[in-house]
Design a protein around this ligand. Structure first.
Ligand SMILES: *Cc1c(COP(=O)(O)O)cnc(C)c1O
Length: 430
C-alpha cells in the first residue's frame, strides 16, 4: 500500500518509509491511497475467526507487499497475545476492556505492532533508528515495553518530572536495554515542544534517523482498528445497531474505528467522548474548528487542545461536514461529572472504571438519550489502578495492583534529568 501526505505537498510513500519517517516531508500525516472493503462474508463469519485471523485479514492490505504474509502472521500473533473482553453493564451499554496488555493501556497494541514492523524493516540494516516520544503518562510505558529489545531501534522517552503517576514513571524508567528515559524539568507541553524541535533540527536529522511513536505514525494508528472488530465479534449476535463511544484525545483510536467501518464493519455511528478539552464537540455544534491550549483534567491522556488525527477523520468523510455529522456525535464532560459516573458504575454495576472509561460511559448515556435503540460500547482504555489515586478517592475502596503493575513497582528507576532543548540534543548526539 502506498500512502499520501494530507498536506498534498510531498511524494507518495511506501508503508516502510511512512513507518520509518513518521511524518511526510511536508509535515503532513500519511493516509492510505485506497481502501478495499473486506467481503460481507468475512463479517458474517467473524465468529469462526480467531482474533489473529481477523487482525491479519484486516491489516494485510495496508502493509503488503513490504511485509510478507508469513512475517505479518507472526507480528499479529505476538502483538495480540492477550484478551479483549466485552463486559455488558446493562441492556444498552457494554464496555470493551483494552487494558489487558503488558502496560495495561490500550496503546500496547499499536506500540507492539509498530515495534515489530520497525524491527522487521531494520533487521538487515546497520543504521539504527531512534524513536523519540514525549509522554504525559501512558504512551511512554506502552512504547517502552513494546520496543524493549528490538534490534536496531533505540527509544528515548521524555516525561515531565513529577507530573506522571508513580506507576507510570516506573513503567518508563525501569526497563533498561535500548530504552532511555529523560526526566524533563517542565510540563508535558515542554516535552512535546522539545521533540518537535528535534524533528526540525537538521544537525540532528542529518546525523540520525529519528521517528515518532505516537498515533501520527501509521503503524501505531492502524492496528487500533482491530478493537472494533473484536467487539463486534462478541456482540453482533446479541445486538443490532452497535455504536462505539471512544474516549478521545488525539482521536487516533476513534479514527481507526472509522477505518474499520471503511473496511465494511457494519457500524453506522461513533461517539467521541471528551473531557473539557472539547474542540471536536464544539466543531460539530458550530462548524468552527478552534483549537485551544490544553486544560488539565483527571482523564489526562485526553488533555489535547489540537487533536492530531482529526484531519484523517475529515479525509475519511471526504471533508463533508454533513457526512461527518451522520457518522459522528461528540459530547464533553467535566471532572465532577466523570467522578459521578465512576461512582454510578461502581454502585449500579459493581464495575470499577478509570476516568477515561468513565468519560466514554457518559458519552454512551448521552447518545442513548437521543437514540434509545442503540447498543453503546464504550472503550475502557486504561486499567483503573493506573489512576489509582482518583479511583480510590471516588469509590472509597482500596484497589489491589495487578501482576503487570506489581512487577515494575519494585524495580530501580533510571533516568537522566534535562532542562533545555540543548540538553536533549547533547544526549541524542552522544
Ligand atoms: C491515549 C489515551 C486516550 C486517547 O486516545 P486517542 O487515540 O489519543 O484519542 C484515551 N485514554 C487513555 C487511557 C489513553 O492513554
Amino acid at each position: 500500500m502506498n500512502y499520501y501526505s494530507l498536506n498534498k505537498q510531498a511524494p507518495n510513500s511506501t508503508f516502510k518509509n511512512a513507518v520509518v519517517k513518521g511524518l511526510a516531508p511536508d509535515k503532513g500525516l500519511y493516509f492510505p491511497e485506497n481502501i478495499t472493503s473486506l467481503s460481507p462474508d468475512f463479517f458474517k463469519n467473524i465468529d469462526n475467526l480467531s482474533n489473529t485471523e481477523i487482525a491479519f485479514e484486516a491489516i494485510k492490505q495496508f502493509v503488503s507487499p513490504e511485509i510478507p504474509e508469513d512475517v505479518l502472521k507472526t507480528i499479529v500473533e505476538e502483538t495480540l497475545s492477550f484478551d479483549f473482553p466485552v463486559v455488558q453493564l446493562n441492556d444498552s451499554i457494554s464496555t470493551l476492556e483494552l487494558f489487558h496488555g503488558p502496560t495495561m493501556a490500550f496503546k500496547d497494541v499499536g506500540a507492539r505492532f509498530m515495534a515489530r514492523c520497525l524491527g522487521y524493516f531494520n533487521k538487515d540494516n546497520n543504521n539504527e533508528v531512534t524513536v523519540l516520544v514525549a509522554t504525559s503518562g501512558d504512551t511512554g510505558g506502552a512504547v517502552a515495553n513494546g520496543f524493549l529489545g528490538v534490534k536496531g531501534v533505540n527509544v528515548v522517552i521524555l516525561y515531565p518530572s513529577g507530573k506522571v503517576s508513580d506507576i507510570q514513571e516506573k513503567q518508563l524508567t525501569t526497563l533498561g536495554q535500548n530504552i532511555k528515559a529523560l526526566e524533563v524539568n517542565g510540563t508535558f507541553d515542554d516535552c512535546q515542544a522539545m521533540v518537535k524541535t528535534a524533528f526540525l533540527d537538521e544537525e540532528l536529522t542529518n546525523n540520525m534517523q529519528l521517528t515518532s511513536a505516537n498515533s501520527i505514525n501509521v503503524a501505531r494508528w492502524l492496528p487500533q482498528l482491530f478493537y472494533f472488530m473484536f467487539a463486534y465479534k462478541q456482540l453482533h449476535k446479541k445486538h443490532d445497531n452497535i455504536v462505539f463511544s471512544v474516549p478521545s484525545g488525539n482521536f487516533g483510536n476513534i479514527c481507526a474505528g472509522m477505518m474499520a467501518q471503511q473496511l465494511g464493519l457494519p457500524i453506522k455511528h461513533f461517539v467521541a467522548s471528551n473531557n473539557v478539552n472539547n474542540v471536536v464537540t464544539r466543531y460539530l455544534q458550530s462548524q468552527l474548528y478552534e483549537p485551544k491550549p490544553s486544560i488539565q483534567t483527571i482523564s489526562n491522556a485526553m488533555d489535547v487542545g489540537a487533536p492530531s488525527n482529526f484531519i484523517r477523520i475529515q479525509e475519511i468523510y471526504k471533508n463533508k461536514f454533513d457526512t461527518l455529522k451522520t457518522n459522528l456525535s461528540s459530547y464533553s464532560f467535566t471532572d465532577d461529572e466523570t467522578k459521578e459516573a465512576m461512582l454510578e458504575m461502581y454502585n449500579k454495576y459493581n464495575y470499577v472504571a478509570d476516568p477515561h472509561g468513565a468519560v466514554g460511559y457518559l458519552g454512551s448515556k448521552a447518545y442513548l438519550k437521543e437514540n434509545p435503540n442503540a447498543h453503546c460500547v464504550f472503550l475502557e482504555t486504561a486499567h483503573p489502578t493506573k489512576f489509582i489515586d482518583v479511583v480510590e478517592e471516588v469509590i472509597k475502596e482500596k484497589q489491589s495492583l495487578p501482576k503487570q503493575i506489581q512487577s515494575v513497582m519494585g524495580k530501580e528507576k533510571e533516568s537522566t534529568v534535562i532542562s533545555t532543548y540543548n540538553d536533549l540534543k547533547r544526549f541524542l548526539l552522544n
